[in-house]
Design a protein around this ligand. Structure first.
Ligand code: DC
Length: 226
């Protein structure tokens, strides 16, 4: 299938399979895949390691804002980097997951990440997943998908994913974290998680990856006549 040079924005709740879906899309259509959550996770890891967020999630906002001026979180070979250190494994820990949503409420952090993401937008043929890609980062994206799935299924999927990477994962802890993040992400003041008016909803609770790809190919051929 030959599809035009577009931006595909995938938003939705935590662990609805956005990044797995986006990676398969990128492979099938030779698009660049960008995981916006990884940048928020990178900033969070930096904040934890530098004492800018404490155990009860109080953030030293002035110091964090100052640090952002020189902080270099970026995508590189094998995933996400802070300067020349690959942090792909570290940013997936529950310790980071616990603190990333509070960090992502800070307006300066959002500006920092948005700036980095928009640098990729000019080239099109990009699929990006997150919480506010279709509403804030790329409101002009030609295709917007909003993903949902049953909470228990999401917790099981995320726990399996963590275990596959050699991490410990208790389903109840994972579920609690997902629900807390969903709440904070959808209630924050700046760019809350919400479905863009022109996004198409995909509930993948009972869908395999191939089901989702069939759904997408149909959508693309209806929308772009290809
Ligand atoms: O997609 P993820 O679970 O890796 O994202 C981690 C957190 O980052 C998520 O709980 C909220 C924040 N995030 C955001 O606020 N906006 C985005 N576009 C992507 C992620």
């Amino acid at each position: 299938m030959n599809i035009p040079d577009i931006i595909i924005a995938i938003d939705g709740y935590s662990s609805t399979g956005k990044s797995s879906f986006a990676k398969v899309i990128a492979k099938e259509f030779s698009f660049l895949y960008l995981d916006s959550g990884a940048l928020y996770r990178g900033v969070t890891l930096f904040a934890i390691e530098n004492g800018l967020i404490d155990d009860d999630c109080t953030i030293d906002v002035p110091e964090l804002e100052k640090a952002l001026e020189t902080l270099d979180v970026h995508f590189g070979e094998g995933g996400t980097y802070i300067a020349d250190r690959c942090v792909e494994q570290d940013i997936r820990s529950l310790a980071v997951a616990d603190k990333v949503s509070p960090i992502a409420t800070v307006a300066q952090v959002r500006n920092y990440v948005d700036r980095k993401l928009r640098e990729f937008g000019s080239r099109r043929r990009v699929v990006m997943d997150g919480r506010d890609i279709g509403t804030t980062v790329f409101p002009d994206a030609e295709l917007k998908i909003f993903m949902t799935a049953d909470t228990q299924i999401r917790a099981v999927r995320r726990a399996d994913e963590m275990r596959a990477k050699g991490m410990e994962a208790d389903i109840e802890d994972v579920k609690k974290n997902l629900l807390e993040r969903d709440y904070i992400d959808s209630h924050r003041e700046v760019s809350p998680l919400s479905k863009a008016a022109d996004a198409v909803e995909l509930d993948n609770t009972h869908m395999t990856m191939e089901d989702q790809m069939v759904w997408l190919r149909n959508l693309i051929s209806e929308r772009f006549g290809c």
